[in-house]
Design a protein around this ligand. Structure first.
Ligand SMILES: Nc1nc2c(c(=O)[nH]1)N[C@H]1C(S)=C(S)[C@@H](COP(=O)(O)OP(=O)(O)OC[C@H]3O[C@@H](n4cnc5c(=O)[nH]c(N)nc54)[C@H](O)[C@@H]3O)O[C@H]1N2
Ligand SMILES: Nc1nc2c(c(=O)[nH]1)N[C@H]1C(S)=C(S)[C@@H](COP(=O)(O)OP(=O)(O)OC[C@H]3O[C@@H](n4cnc5c(=O)[nH]c(N)nc54)[C@H](O)[C@@H]3O)O[C@H]1N2
Ligand SMILES: [Mo]
Length: 918
């Protein structure tokens, strides 16, 4: 693969075409100082420290932006180069008035305590690294070139240190390398930070606090800063003893991160440049919203048993005995199907596998589910019915190579920020973007067409587009003929949706529907990216099938940079489904109703298994509210009392339970209803695997021992054992062995194969490289199937009593029930409270001012919340998140379900907003 060979400091090295001399030098192990250069940024060659001597050249080129050429002979550290670098650096320090005590301290060798040193040399205040530590790139450069003093006059700039959420900006230490400015624009697509064009009077230009800018607090600027000018407050003076590579536990993108550990505490977090998806980037939650959380004083670390209405601390033995005894009693008295388990898509594959095994083999029921039910279950059912597999068809790194991206019902930059970066990069390259969303999400600014549809009218919109495609003959006939079935019936359905009719239903002008149809069908490689705006409707499954129809109609599936990409929600929701934490499937989507599959599992687990599919989580809640169904429930890491719809009803359901066990890292709305609270180990305390939204199974590595003393897989095994079913594992890798032996989809997966890139399933055998793109040449189900769908309105539509539509969703900084992000001081600084977003027109009609507290009610409940008047909301459509315990948005939402996937309609219900009389 390497094509260029050159010599660096006498060593021969081979690099790929396009590599620079600096890349080659680094590969050859020659350190070359380069203060403006960073491997993730375009080289600008401005600091001039990376100059090298090239045989045959009459000048010294900057190596960061000079391409390596075949046969080049390069020297990186001749006396002349070093002398030139000394001059350059001396002038740089003088011009930027950089404090020098940390660079030239004459007692460096004695230095043990940076704080002590800081007291002596106040001028260094804020430098993030100990002088001896060598992580300050400026200091490293000074040492390397042997600069010992600065001959020019320096005056300390004495600028105030600016305090932001999470980090400080100390421009006294800035050397004007512009890395922060460039990463913000080039990599993050933001352009919030700006350089001051007047080098000599350098100070920050822009608002005094980034809080008053469009900053997303991703931390990328901090991560590229070569000095201490930008530094994370909690990471100053930190020198981790060791680092551990693992996967972020928030969303389903699967970003790799490095945890720094000191005294069994997580003291630092950094994005991993080797991460196959995130490549050195994180979002605000992963970068800053974790270390404080793992060690938060509210962590539940001791089992708690409710006695006389109060929680009392108990030993593990006591608590687990009680759990096993009560579950056994309920099973014996009322039958196995009166027990149920909700597994956690925040937890590892191995833990999820054990929870469904506990339910099936020990409780004896298929009543097991995970939060995919209230999320992407329609993707699983809808895509499986079109293609034969319910997972994302392609990989995230193919996004940039598409010709067109159709983003529908996904607030990508807020809910999946690192996938959002790929969309932004694509847009910058000229890839065309269509956004279909009732809110003016950030990506609308990058879109060619914005289809601003009424919530719950997706099918009409998509049928309208497909109607245009067929009418104009833009379909891919060859693909339809050779790879699909059901086209004719489908066509009949779509024929009824002229763009004019679609416009009437959706509120989107017919011209925009036509334009979107032509753009999508006209692209060679068009990729669909979607999320809950499609699934969380009573038409969720039909919505998803309509996307499958659109992709097949135009031959946009089964090739790179095409396909249908559900952006999965939780860090391991893909895995929780894969592992069979579903009422109808064993691990690897093997149906419980298939006698062959059942007998395979009966043999492996040495137990009789129930034959009928179990209840979904939403059905469990529904029946409980009616006083029937399950009596004993085990919930691992899910906060149903805050996150399921119609909270008043959920509360009655939880109260109706005879026995509720919740295993959690924090007290939540749901733990309030528990009979026993078992502590859980957080991601940093777990060994195992997570599977991201592109089917990539990645290793999660334990950084510190479980604060509660037991790993989650141990807790689950012990409950099983105490109920009379032995589960003997000595490490999660053995659980993965069992998984791969029982599920052909993961037949080739084992811990020792999982390097930093992980493995994308299907991976049927140990020599199989994993699957980046699915359905190449043939669909998982053989032929792809068209499933025509008709428009159906949301279960509840606005009327004179409840005239507004409420749609609910996420904010970038917070995460789902907020149990973690609400415990981060920096995140609460950015988003301290819930607000209801409404359009200026609606606010005017109601006489509501921005910031005013209003009463919001639906047929099910009411909340008081501050109004935020914003152009982001369209007339008639209000928006709330569900991240705050003190404003429970789900008191308002509707529990109406999609009939196939049983997913609730969180994305549309009718509300009334009223002024509160003063
Ligand atoms: N910051 C953050 N990130 C998260 C999460 C979080 O809580 N916070 N949660 C994670 C989880 S579990 C999930 S599932 C994902 C969810 O990720 P997303 O689905 O992207 O997030 P949402 O905010 O729920 O809403 C999606 C979009 O659908 C739009 N929408 C509403 N109704 C309709 C409709 O009828 N049609 C169309 N086309 N669009 C509609 C909304 O305006 C919104 O922009 O995010 C994951 N990532
Ligand atoms: N109104 C409205 N409601 C919604 C949605 C919406 O769009 N609108 N979206 C829905 C969607 S898509 C989803 S996925 C659900 C999410 O709803 P939930 O799954 O209830 O929400 P989470 O906050 O992700 O976390 C679940 C719990 O897991 C705990 N936890 C975190 N890490 C661990 C761990 O390592 N071990 C254990 N045992 N516990 C852990 C957290 O403390 C938290 O209490 O919300 C749904 N609710
Ligand atoms: Mo989700």
């Amino acid at each position: 693969m390497y094509e260029i060979t050159l010599t660096i400091d006498g060593r021969e090295v081979a690099v790929p075409p396009g590599a620079t001399i600096l890349d080659a030098a680094r590969k050859a192990g020659s350190y070359v100082p380069a203060l403006c250069h960073h491997p993730d940024l375009k080289p600008i060659g401005s600091c001039k420290l990376c100059i090298v001597a090239v045989e045959g050249l009459d000048h010294h080129p900057t190596s960061c932006n000079t391409p390596a050429e075949e046969g080049m002979v390069v020297e990186t550290r001749t006396g002349e180069l070093q002398e030139m670098r000394r001059h350059t650096l001396e002038i740089l320090l003088a011009l930027t008035n950089h404090p020098i005590s940390c660079l030239f301290c004459d007692r460096k060798d004695e230095c043990t305590d940076l704080r002590e040193c800081m007291r002596k040399f106040p001028v260094t205040v804020g430098c993030k690294y100990c002088p001896q530590d060598g992580r300050c790139e400026l200091q490293q450069a000074v040492e390397f070139v042997g600069l010992e003093k600065v001959r020019y006059q320096l005056s300390f700039r004495n600028m105030p240190v600016l305090r932001e959420p999470f980090f400080d900006r100390n421009y006294n230490l800035c050397i004007m390398c512009s890395r922060c400015v460039r990463v913000c624009a080039e990599v993050r697509g933001e352009g919030v930070l700006k350089s001051n064009p007047d080098f000599h009077r350098m100070h920050w230009i822009g608002p005094p606090s980034l809080m008053d800018s469009d900053c997303k607090f991703c931390g990328a600027c901090v991560d590229v800063c070569p000095t201490g000018a930008l530094s994370v407050r909690s990471e100053k003076w930190i020198r981790p003893e060791r680092t551990v590579s693992t996967v972020c536990p928030y969303c389903g993108v699967g970003c790799r991160m490095t945890l720094g550990v000191e005294d069994e505490r997580i003291v630092s977090i950094a994005p991993d440049r080797e991460g196959p998806v995130n490549r050195g980037q994180l979002c605000v939650k992963g970068r800053f919203g974790l270390d404080e959380i793992v060690h938060h004083p509210d962590r539940i670390t001791t089992p708690l048993i409710r006695r006389n209405g109060r929680f009392e601390e108990a030993t593990w033995e006591e608590a687990l005995d009680l759990v096993a005894r009560r579950f056994s009693e309920i099973k014996d008295e009322y039958g196995p199907d009166t027990l149920g388990a909700l597994s956690s898509s925040r937890c590892t594959n191995e833990e999820n596998y054990l929870v469904q095994k506990l339910a099936r083999a020990v409780f004896g029921t298929n009543n097991v589910d995970n939060c995919a039910r209230v999320c992407h279950a329609p993707s699983v059912t809808g895509l499986a019915s079109c293609f034969g597999s319910g997972a994302a068809t392609n990989s995230f790194d193919q996004i940039e190579d598409a010709d067109l991206l159709f983003i529908i019902g996904s607030n990508t930059t807020e809910a999946h920020p690192i996938v959002g970066l790929k969309v932004i990069a694509a847009a910058k390259k000229g890839v065309e973007i269509i956004v279909a969303d009732p809110r003016k999400i950030e990506l609308v600014d990058r879109a060619k067409v914005w289809l601003n549809l009424r919530p719950g009218t997706n099918i009409a919109l998509l049928n309208g587009m497909m109607n245009v495609i067929l009418r104009e003959g833009l379909e891919d006939r060859e693909f339809i003929a050779s790879r699909t079935e059901g086209f004719e019936e489908f066509r009949k359905v779509v024929d009824g949706y002229t763009p004019e009719r679609a416009a009437e239903i959706t509120g989107v002008p017919a011209g925009d529907i036509i334009e979107a149809a032509r753009l999508y069908a006209g692209a060679d490689k068009a990729m669909i990216i979607y999320s809950l705006g499609m699934t969380e409707h009573v038409t969720g499954t039909a919505n998803v099938m309509s996307l499958g129809n659109l992709a097949m109609l135009t031959g946009n599936v089964g090739r790179r940079s095409t396909g249908v990409m559900p952006l999965r929600g939780q860090n391991n929701v893909q895995g929780a489904c894969d592992m069979g934490a579903l009422p109808n499937n064993y691990v690897g989507y093997q149906p419980v109703t298939d006698p062959k599959a059942r007998s395979k599992f009966e043999e492996a687990w040495r137990v009789r298994l129930p034959a009928d599919p179990g209840l979904t989580s939403t059905e469990m809640m529904e029946r409980l509210a009616e006083g029937r169904g399950v009596r004993g429930l085990y919930i691992l890491g899910e906060d149903v009392a805050q996150t399921e719809p119609d909270t008043n009803r959920v509360r009655s359901s939880l109260e109706a339970l005879e026995f509720l066990v919740v295993q959690e890292i924090f007290p939540t709305e749901t733990t309030k209803y528990a009979d026993v609270i078992l502590p859980a180990a957080s991601f940093a305390e777990c060994d195992g695997t997570f599977t991201n939204g592109e089917r990539r199974i990645q290793r999660v590595n334990r950084a510190i021992p479980p604060l509660c003393g037991l790993a989650n897989w141990e807790t689950i095994s012990r409950i099983a054992e105490k109920m009379g079913y032995p589960m003997k594992y000595s490490h999660p890798s053995e659980i993965m062995e069992e998984i791969s032996s029982l599920a052909p989809l993961f037949g080739g997966v084992s811990f020792d194969r999982l390097d930093l890139r992980g493995l994308q399933w299907p991976c049927p055998s140990i020599d199989h490289p994993g699957t980046e793109t699915m359905h190449l040449g043939c669909f998982s189900r053989g032929l792809g199937k068209f499933n025509g769908a008709k428009h159906r309105p949301p279960a509840e539509e606005p009327d004179p009593d409840y005239p507004l539509i409420l749609t609910t969703g996420r904010r970038r900084e917070h995460y789902n029930c907020g149990s973690m992000t609400r415990r981060s001081k920096g995140i609460m600084w950015i988003w301290p409270e819930e607000t209801i977003e409404m359009s200026p027109a609606d606010a005017k009609d109601l006489g509501v001012e921005d910031g005013e507290t209003v009463l919001v009610s639906s047929r099910r409940g009411e909340v008081r919340v501050k109004a935020r008047v914003t152009e982001k909301s369209s007339r008639g459509v209000a928006f709330m998140s569900f991240h705050y315990q003190d404003v429970l948005t789900n008191l308002l939402t509707n529990a109406a379900l999609d009939p196939q996937a049983k997913t609730p309609e969180y994305k549309a219900c009718a509300i009334r907003v009223e002024k509160i009389p003063t």
